[in-house]
Ligand binder design. Structure first.
Ligand code: ZN
Length: 277
């Protein structure tokens, strides 16, 4: 604690020093690089408690270690549920408990009236990760600062409810989407610097698009995992996803029959992320 305080005092001193030099030397306003550095230090100083307590070992070279799932782990399934909690969450938790499956929930805080289920997710041994507070793509991907502001709200709420600060997150819309073309790299670099690990997916249940039947969701998952050594499966536990709940039990039964094991994600799990071209 003392050590990190010192670090912040040091960063503050550096910032004021740079601003001082900047104003006294009347540096050429064309010096965009310098301005950029100042800007970076500014957003690094904001949200000063938003750091992962436990750094991911992959953060230094996350782009290089990114895989599409072909790692040495054998037959490992990571079920992930985004956008909850909601009224369907207790049912999902019940099914997971019945089959002793640990999963990962990337939660939305905002004005979510089902936030108390986050406690049960955690108490049941699942991983709770940050998804978003407002889940508005345009807003959160407008800048590193905007992303951090939204992330920190959700992070703080999870910490308050569970007593543990989250170390992993999932980008709304995935790490590469139509809203973050100009900001993705900077946001990823800053989140890596803060020690957080993020996960995309390599199997999409398809439950985000329209109203799929339970059978369609089941088929998407079962066909999606074929030929893989591990699978991070994208599902949703937002209120409209009743067919996801209907499909879940049969998905777990079938995958267990086929010899798959289940685990929750954490920051020691090798990244499963989309590559930035
Ligand atoms: Zn989402």
């Amino acid at each position: 604690m003392v050590k990190s305080k010192k670090k912040w005092i040091f960063l503050y001193v550096i910032t004021f020093f740079l601003i001082f030099i900047y104003s006294t030397n009347k540096l050429d306003s064309e010096d965009k690089e310098f301005e950029k550095e100042i800007e970076k230090i500014e957003y690094q100083l904001d949200y000063i408690t938003t750091y992962s307590e436990d750094f991911s070992p992959y953060n230094d070279n996350v782009m290089e270690t990114a895989t599409d799932g072909e790692v040495e782990e054998e037959k490992m399934i990571y079920l992930t549920f985004d956008d909850g909690p909601s009224s369907v969450t207790p049912k999902i938790l019940e099914i997971l408990k019945k089959y002793d499956v640990k999963a990962t929930f990337f939660v939305v805080s905002g004005d979510n009236k089902y936030k108390e289920y986050i406690k049960q997710m955690y108490d049941d041994g699942h991983t709770v990760g940050v998804h978003s507070d407002c889940h508005e793509y345009k807003k959160i991907y407008s800048s590193v600062d905007a992303f951090l502001e939204d992330f920190t709200k959700c992070y703080d709420i999870i910490e308050k409810i569970t007593g543990k600060s989250p170390t992993i997150f999932r980008f709304p819309g995935g790490s590469i989407n139509n809203y973050n073309k100009s900001t993705a790299k900077d946001i990823i670099n800053e989140m890596n610097r803060r020690g957080f690990a993020y996960f995309d997916w390599n199997v999409d249940s398809g439950d985000a698009t329209g109203k799929l039947s339970a059978e369609e969701i089941y088929n998407n998952v079962i066909n999606g995992v074929k030929g893989r050594k591990r699978a991070v499966i994208l599902m949703h536990d937002s209120a409209a996803k009743s067919t996801t709940v209907d499909a879940l039990e049969n998905i777990i039964i079938k995958l267990k029959e086929d010899g798959w094991q289940f685990s929750s994600l954490n920051n020691k799990v090798k990244p499963m992320i989309f590559r930035i071209k």
